[in-house]
Structure formats: C-alpha cells, structure tokens
Ligand binder design. Structure first.
Ligand SMILES: Cc1ncc(COP(=O)(O)O)c(C=O)c1O
Length: 411
C-alpha cells in the first residue's frame, strides 16, 4: 500500500525542493517535522468533538489559542482553534452577523477591500449576507475614503487584511478600526497569512504598520498556525478582543434531537486531534526565538527576490511588500510566458492576471540564488520572443498512467 501511495505521487508538486510558493510552508526544520509526525501518531484516533472525553485536547487547544492570542496582544480565554483560515473567517463573520441582527439590522452586510480573501465572499454566501467591496489605493492598500462612504448603520463588520494575499501589503488597520469604532461596527483583521510572522518581522526591524489588538477598535483577528506557524494543515486561530465576544461564537446547540447534549463552537462536528496537538507542539517547540529565526530566513529570501526583481529589466513589484508575500508584474513582458519559462525550469510561481506571486518560507532561503538566476534567464527568453503556451495546454488533464489509476482500481 505504501509503495502504491508513493507511486501515485509522481506528479505532486516538489515542495521539499522549495519549488512551489504557496499551499505548503516548509520551515526547513527536520526536527519539527519529526516532532509533528510523532504528535500525529499519538493522536491519530481521538476526537475533539467532546472535550469531556478528551480533556487533554481541550487543554492543548486552549493553550495553543492563548499563545497565539498573546502574540496578537489579545486577552487569554478569548480565542479558539478552527480547521483553517476560511473557517476562522466564517466564525468571525457569523458572530458579526448575529450581533448586527440583535441590534435590529434587517439586512446586515460586511465591507472589505477588493483584495480581501475569497473566504469572506464564501462566508457571506453561506450566511446569507452581502459583501460590499471597496477599491485599493495605488499602493494596493484599502482606500479608507472609499470605505468611509460605504460603512453605515447596517454594516455588520469592517475587514482589513494583514497582509492581503494578492499583493502582500497590510491595510491601514488603524484608520479602518478607528472608523469602525466611531460608527459602532466591529472590525476584523485577517492575519491568516501574517499573524505568525509579522510580529517577528517587526522585531527584526521591518517597518510593519500596526495591525493587532493594540489598535483600538480591532474586535477579532484570524491567524493561521498551519501557515507561518509551521504546523501541519488544519489549524488556525480565531481570536476576539474580549471573552464575551468569543462566547458569541457559533455555539450551536440544537436542543431538540433526542441524541443527547450536542454543541459545537465551529461549523465542524467531529474534529481531528492531530491539528490541535500539532499546533500546540509547533508553537511550544519553536517558541519566540524559533519563530524569529524562521522569520529571519524568510526575510533573507524575500529581500534577495525583491533585489532581483528590481535588477531584472522589464520586471517590477506591484507593491512594496510588508511581509513574506510579493507580486511581480511587467509593463512590457507577458508574465504568463515568464511563468511557463519558469515551469520549464521546475519553479511553480503562482499565476495571477498579468503577474506572478510568491509566498516565501524559510526553506526558500536555500534556493533563492538559483531562483533569481532562473528568473533572469526566463525573462531574457521572453524578451527574446518566447510566448505563452495555450491555456488549454497548461490546464489539460494529465494522461492517466498506471500508477495514477492504480489507487482507484479495486483489486
Ligand atoms: C489572507 C488570507 N486569508 C485567508 C486565507 C484562507 O486560509 P485557508 O486556506 O487556510 O482557509 C488565506 C489563504 O491563503 C489568506 O492568504
């Protein structure tokens, strides 16, 4: 079975070689990887649905959530774990909707920048509320003047990102949260990406604009442990400014069915234990010093790439990055052709319309010289006339192979 699984992975992205720039956030830390594998093995079967049966998990969850809340300068006892950024955002929007409805708002809506993650649109769709999107300024940060025009008495939540996915810049959280507070509206900061790296980049001397609970008016923050917290997938923190607000989470207690007491604080029912224990283990094992060292490696890779983009004729940054994410674009080159040329060299940069996007992890510090050299060559190829492949060819389904089909073929 293990051999068959291995064979089936022949076309998976080679993330261990640092060739992809999203989805996996390799910390370049074999010891942490072994630790997480052991933690996972220890907690393979347990279920966090009932904390009374597995109090150890409840303790680990509280400790992990409080560690992250502390990093964000939030109070203890006002945060919980979810399965990921999307679920944390869902919980924040759901609480805001319920609070707005209690205020008597008939048709609540949220206001976000157009750069806010699609998880907000998904939450609004599922919770049957509207999303109003406002433009960003030339520096790609939320335009507060445009926001001011949209926030009204029916607004359930105002959202800022720290940083946003597309451009890697932090929105002007101070101005956004001040406006929200003045109008009596909660303010969520989506730090799914930045929550566990921005504090350390700031310690390393980077100019990170204020974005956490120290900013008056910020009422909730999402921060993913499975991104720059370097635990495996299935762990994010939703933190609130007060325990009272946190108690408003989707505590769903049906009270009608005949199956006994049943209540959950997130949309999930059964919850796997490894992400909870893994989040606690990664946070505890790395600790403040460990995370700062990882942030330093990310910074080293990011700065090398920023310098390379500045020195390659035809390339430029779409925005000056505030964190580990950057987006490169061009006024003269077809960036899809550059992406193709990079893929020929086995680098999978994230494609965006007219741009390429990267999220850097500690492992990338090891490969950044090779990456920038190949980027230089790829751009030269495009300047010399290389064009983009047909989209159909890029997205064509791979030919089935024996090893690919063998996992689905009953034996
Ligand atoms: C800024 C931001 N918010 C939210 C999310 C959603 O996180 P997840 O994919 O863990 O649900 C992401 C994912 O990349 C993100 O970059």
């Amino acid at each position: 079975m293990l051999a068959r699984l291995q064979a089936n992975r022949h076309d998976d992205a080679p993330w261990r070689a640092g060739r992809i720039f999203s989805l996996v956030f390799p910390p370049d830390d074999p010891e942490l990887e072994r630790l997480l594998a052991d933690v996972s093995a220890q907690y393979l079967a347990e279920n966090a649905l009932n904390p009374a049966r597995f109090p150890s998990l409840a303790r680990l969850e509280t400790a992990a959530a409080d560690m992250v809340a502390g990093l964000l300068h939030g109070p203890a006892g006002a945060a919980g774990l979810t399965s990921g950024g999307t679920e944390s955002i869902f919980v924040a929007v759901s609480v805001a909707r319920d609070v707005a409805r209690e205020r008597g708002v008939q048709r609540p809506f949220i206001v976000t920048a157009e750069t806010a993650h699609p998880a907000f649109a998904k939450a609004c769709h599922l919770l049957d509320i509207d999303q109003v999107r406002v433009p960003v300024r030339a520096d790609k940060r939320l335009d507060v003047a445009a926001l001011t025009a949209k926030v009204g008495t029916d607004t359930a939540l105002v959202v800022a990102s720290a940083p946003c996915y597309p451009y890697g810049v932090v929105d002007p959280v101070e101005q956004v949260a001040t406006l929200a507070a003045e109008r009596g509206v909660p303010c969520h900061v989506d730090a799914c990406l930045g929550g566990l790296i921005l504090p350390f980049l700031a310690e390393l001397g980077q100019p990170v604009p204020p974005w956490d609970f120290r900013v008056p008016g910020v009422t909730s923050i999402s921060a993913d442990v499975h991104k720059y917290g370097y635990s495996f997938k299935g762990a994010s923190v939703i933190a609130f400014a007060t325990p009272e607000l946190a108690a408003r989470r989707v505590w769903f207690d049906d009270g009608v069915w005949g199956g006994g007491t049943y209540g959950t604080p997130t949309p999930a029912g059964t919850r796997p234990a490894p992400p909870i224990a893994g989040a606690w283990a990664a946070l505890t094992h790395l600790g403040h010093e460990g995370y700062r060292a990882k942030a330093a490696a990310v910074l080293c890779a990011r700065d090398a790439l920023v310098d390379a983009v500045a020195s390659i004729d035809g390339l430029r940054l779409s925005a000056q990055p505030d964190g580990p994410v950057l987006r490169m674009t061009s006024d003269s080159l077809d960036m899809a052709a550059v992406a193709d040329a990079m893929e020929d060299r086995r680098w999978w940069l994230n494609r965006q319309p007219g741009a390429l996007h990267v999220m850097l992890s500690p492992l990338h510090a090891r490969v950044v010289d090779e990456l920038t050299a190949d980027l230089r060559t790829a751009v030269a190829e495009v300047r010399a006339g290389r064009t983009a492949r047909e989209r159909a060819a890029v997205y064509a389904a791979p030919e089935p192979t024996d090893s690919a089909t063998s996992v689905t073929t009953p034996r």
